[in-house]
Write a protein that binds this ligand. Structure first.
Ligand SMILES: [Cu+2]
Length: 290
């Protein structure tokens, strides 16, 4: 991409992100991604949104553009509130039923993967912001067919790791140990990270291979790569963007939104409150105009 065009794109993305952040009433910040085993979106981001190497990452960019990759630390549902299976249909687990991330649901066997073995496993999650909550990590059952869309029933009900996420991650990572049961061939590690200070949750698929395989080795983004792409992200690395719901709205402590934009982001409760507020303002305007 010519540098002038890239700059223009960057400026546009920055403006959009700044607009969203300025309209968001709270200042919590954006999330992260599993780096070991590296998630699909993070693996493609590591290859480079403008220069993907693997065919599947090239196809992702051709289908969905580069923005899903620049927003590698998103893949969220703002109002999940623990209702993961109700909100995410079978076949949409990797995208969290987000159209923006639809390519992540592709049931392909050429996703860059991490070679693993049964036993203790050290999970690593790069967090661009820490959130208090619970990270639950699942593995697909024996006999899982990676050529079929991932269903909830494909996941072994017993998590391979459960981690209470602290409110801080001083080095930018969560690290915790889990236990991988014996499997053969290609499997998917599915992560659900539910905040407990807001209804928001984050999801990801990481491809792993047990035993010897010829799968492309997935790599996690380097810190330099993360820094290089930060300005093109619509998910601010120091504040929420995307379709983020401001956590305070759900807690009932936020003031009524002053712009129509948060209306689209807010839950039904906030929606009702805002509608009532608008009605009052409308009446005042009417009375002052008459
Ligand atoms: Cu966040």
């Amino acid at each position: 991409m010519p540098s002038s065009r890239r700059t223009a794109t960057g400026v546009a993305a920055l403006s959009a992100a700044a607009a969203l952040v300025s309209l968001t009433p709270t200042t919590a910040s954006a999330h992260g991604a599993v780096f070991n085993p590296v998630s699909r979106v993070a693996a493609c981001y590591a290859e480079g949104p403008e220069t993907p190497r693997s065919q599947v990452c090239k196809d992702l960019v051709a289908d969905s553009g580069t923005q899903p990759l620049y927003d590698w630390n998103e893949v969220n549902i703002a109002n999940a509130a623990g209702q993961h299976q109700a909100l995410i249909p079978d076949g949409k687990l990797c995208s969290a039923n987000r159209e923006k991330y639809r390519a992540l649901d592709w049931a392909r066997t050429d996703w860059p993967a991490t070679a693993v073995t049964a036993g203790s496993f050290d999970f690593k999650v790069r967090v661009t912001a820490a959130h208090s909550g619970t990270m639950t990590v699942y593995l697909t059952k024996p006999g899982f067919d990676p050529t079929q869309p991932l269903k909830w029933s494909d996941l072994d009900a017993t998590p391979v790791a459960v981690y209470a996420t602290p409110r801080t991650a001083t080095d930018g990572y969560y690290a915790f140990t889990g236990n991988l049961p014996a499997r053969t061939g290609r499997h998917i590690v599915y992560k659900v990270w539910q905040r407990n200070d807001s209804p928001e949750a984050f999801y990801s698929c990481s491809d792993v291979t047990f035993g010897t395989g010829t799968a492309a080795r997935a790599q996690a983004p380097t810190e330099a790569k993360i820094a290089a792409g930060a300005e093109l992200s619509t998910v601010s690395h120091a504040g929420h963007g995307g379709d983020e719901q401001a956590p305070a709205l759900s807690a009932g402590t936020a003031e009524a939104p002053s712009s129509p934009l948060p209306l689209a982001l807010a839950g039904a409760g906030a929606l009702t409150a805002f509608a009532a507020g608008s009605l009052l303002i409308g009446r005042r305007r009417n009375s002052s105009a008459s």
